[in-house]
Design a protein around this ligand. Sequence first.
Ligand code: FAD
Length: 412
Amino acid sequence: MNSETCLIIGAGQAASQLAFSLRKEGWLGPITLLGAEAEAPYQKPVLSKEFLFSEKTADDIAIKSTGAYEKKAIHVQRHAVVTKIDRAAKQVTLSDGQQLHYDKLAICTGATPRHLTIEGYNKANIFYLNSFIDAQSLRSMISVQQPKKAVIVGGGFIGLEIASSLRKLNIDVTLIETESRILARVSAPEISSYFTALHQQAGVNIILNTKVTAFKGSDTVSGVECDNGAHFDADLVIVGIGVTPNSMLAEEAKLEVNHGIVVDAKGQTSDPDIVAAGDCTVQFHPQSGRHLRIESIQNAVFQAKKAAATLCQKTIPNEETPWFWSDQYQTKLQIAGLSLRYTHTIKRGTNDKFSLWYFDGEQLQAVDCVNNPKDFLFAKKVLTKHLPLDQNKLKAQDTPLEETCQSELEPV
Ligand SMILES: Cc1cc2nc3c(=O)[nH]c(=O)nc-3n(C[C@H](O)[C@H](O)[C@H](O)COP(=O)(O)OP(=O)(O)OC[C@H]3O[C@@H](n4cnc5c(N)ncnc54)[C@H](O)[C@@H]3O)c2cc1C
C-alpha cells in the first residue's frame, strides 16, 4: 500500500473528504482528485442560501484551503473530465486524451439536475442551481438585469431556499409545485404546512397541483404556462426538480448500477479496487429495507470516511444516523433519520419552535426539528443508539425530553 496510487474522480464534498480521510488512515502513496470544474472543492449548501445575496467567492466557500491540500500532498487536478474507466488496465481516460493509472479508484461524481425539456426550455434567464458556475451566473444576472418577477419550478428544499434568497433581494416569487403540497417527498403534512405559511408570509405565491408546460417569450423567458391554462409572468425562472446520479462512467465500466452506483456499507462497489461515495451512490438502508440514494453533506462525508477506511483496510466507522438541514429566512430545519416509512407522528413545541417525531409503530424513524437544535441533538442520539421512547411522555408537552427515554442517556 506504501506507494500505491489512488485516483478520485470528482472534486466535491465526498472527494475532498475521501482524500483527507485516506491520509488520516495512513495512505502513503499519491492521491489525485480529478475534478471537471475550474474550482477546488467547495461547499454547495451555501449556493442556494447566502451566496445569492452576498459577494462570496469560490475561495470563501472552499471546503479546505489550497495549503491544506498541499500539506497533505493531495493533488487537485481541475478541468479534468474523466470520460472512461478501464478496469482491466486499471486506468482512467480524461477528455483531453490523458490516461492515468490507478491502483485504487474512488468515484465521487455527484449528481446532475433533472432538466425540463418542455417548449421554450432553451430561452435565456432559465437557470438550474447545482454548481458554483450556476450560482455565479444567477447572481450576476440578478445584479445586472435586476429581474422583478421570478418563477421557481419545484417545491423541494432547493426551490424553497432559492425563494427565500430571492425574497431577501425583493424579487416577486411564484413557486409552482406539481404535488398537492411542498416538500411532499421528504416530510409530513405538518412540515409542509409550516413552510407554506412561512413563505406565504414572506410574500411567495405558492401554486400547488400544477405542472409547468411551456416557457414563453422570444429569446429571453417572459413567463411560464401551466397544464391548467394558468400563465405567470417571469423575467427569471429557476428550475429545481431533483437530480439524477452521475453513474454513467460506472455503468460503462460494468460496475453494478441501479439508479446510482451500488455500494455496500463499507463504500465498496462491485469491483474490490473501486469505492464510491456521495450523491452518485445507492446503498442498502436496513431501516427502510431498500437501496436509497441520499443527497446530503452528512451522507457524502460519512460514505467517504468509510470508503477511505476500506481502501486502507482499517476499521469502518460505526453507522451514523442520516441527518440534513435547510435554512429558509430565519428558520432552520434539522432532520435526523429517514421518514420514508411511518405510521404516525407526534408534535412537540410551539408554532415557531417545534419537533415532529415520526414513528413506525413503536420504532422512532426520524425527527424534523424547526428552530429546535436541542431536540435535534437528542433525536440524533436516540436514533443512533436505537433507544426506546415512551410515546405518552413524548406527547405530554411538559415532560422533559430526557424523561421520555426509557434507557440511560447522557445529557444533551
Ligand atoms: C444548491 C444546493 C444546496 C444544498 N443544500 C444542502 C443543505 O443545506 N444540506 C445538505 O446536507 N445538503 C445540501 N445539498 C446537497 C449536498 O451539497 C450534496 O449532497 C453534496 O455536495 C454531495 O457531495 P458529492 O461529492 O457526492 O457531489 P458534489 O459535491 O456535487 O461533487 C461532485 C463533483 O464531481 C464532479 N464530476 C462529475 N462527473 C465528473 C467526471 N466525469 N470527471 C470529473 N469530475 C466529475 C462534479 O463536477 C462535481 O464537482 C445542496 C446541494 C445543492 C446543489
